[in-house]
Design a binder for this molecule. Structure first.
Ligand code: GLP
Length: 224
């Protein structure tokens, strides 16, 4: 693992965008693992900017998101699908039929979504670069503390802290899901490269545990 410390969030996003650009130059049909959350917004802005000035194209790219809420429709503005369309996919030249999230269709058994998602990733040739953030409790995707380091895509219940952390994004009258489907820790570790972005003081504890602490299921990011 290489730790790159930068002055501010904008520089973190710029470095992330540069690394994505370098990958797409050598591998235009790369498979990207993508993430949602506030941290990634600056990265997506930078990537959209690079696309606009013709520095990169996503035409041949396919993507797999880390996670999706369970129990809200894809067209609900709070879904991660809606976030991805709004912040990234609708602003670049990616073919949206090649963009995947572990979404459970209405009437589908959520337990079957995981294995099916794993298969799709496998069929696409695996993830070249997984981009992600970190939760204040050290979670990656929605792999909350105590998640098995060997876990694969499945349904997870959010911890109280994650639910509270994410409540800032929901209005009082909006339904906030407590369940999600997330790539597992082993699924994430299958990626050929992983780029974790962390910014802001509230992530300092989790970053310190990830980098300096022992490998432990209590800090899922420590597996990196
Ligand atoms: C959510 C996502 C994670 C993300 C985390 C941090 O819980 N499932 O993938 O890393 O939020 O988000 P933020 O960047 O908003 O702090």
């Amino acid at each position: 693992m290489e730790v790159i410390i930068l002055k501010n969030a904008e520089k973190v996003a710029a470095t992330g965008a540069r690394l994505v650009g370098e990958l797409l130059r050598v591998r235009p049909a790369a498979v990207l693992g993508l993430a949602t959350g506030g941290t990634q917004l600056a990265l997506y802005r930078q990537l959209v900017e690079r696309y606009r000035i013709n520095k990169i194209s996503f035409r041949q790219v396919s993507s797999f998101n880390l996670d999706e809420y369970l129990g809200i429709a894809a067209d609900n503005p709070q879904s991660y699908r809606a976030y991805m369309d709004r912040e990234f996919f609708d602003r670049i030249d990616i073919d949206k039929k090649n963009t995947y999230l572990p979404y459970c269709e209405e009437g589908q058994n959520p337990i079957l979504v995981g294995p099916c998602y794993e298969q799709k990733i496998h069929d696409a040739g695996g993830i070249d670069l997984q981009i992600m953030g970190i939760g204040a409790n050290g979670h990656i995707g929605f792999n909350e503390p105590s998640s098995s380091l060997g876990s694969r895509t499945r349904v997870k219940t959010l911890t109280r802290q994650t639910f509270k952390d994410n409540s800032r994004l929901f209005s009082e009258t909006e339904f906030q899901p407590k369940l999600a489907i997330t790539m597992g820790i082993a699924t994430i570790m299958d990626a050929r490269k992983i780029l974790l972005l962390a910014t802001g003081e509230n992530k300092a504890g989790a970053v310190s545990k990830m980098v300096e602490g022992p490998v432990s299921a209590m800090c899922p990011a420590s597996v990196l």
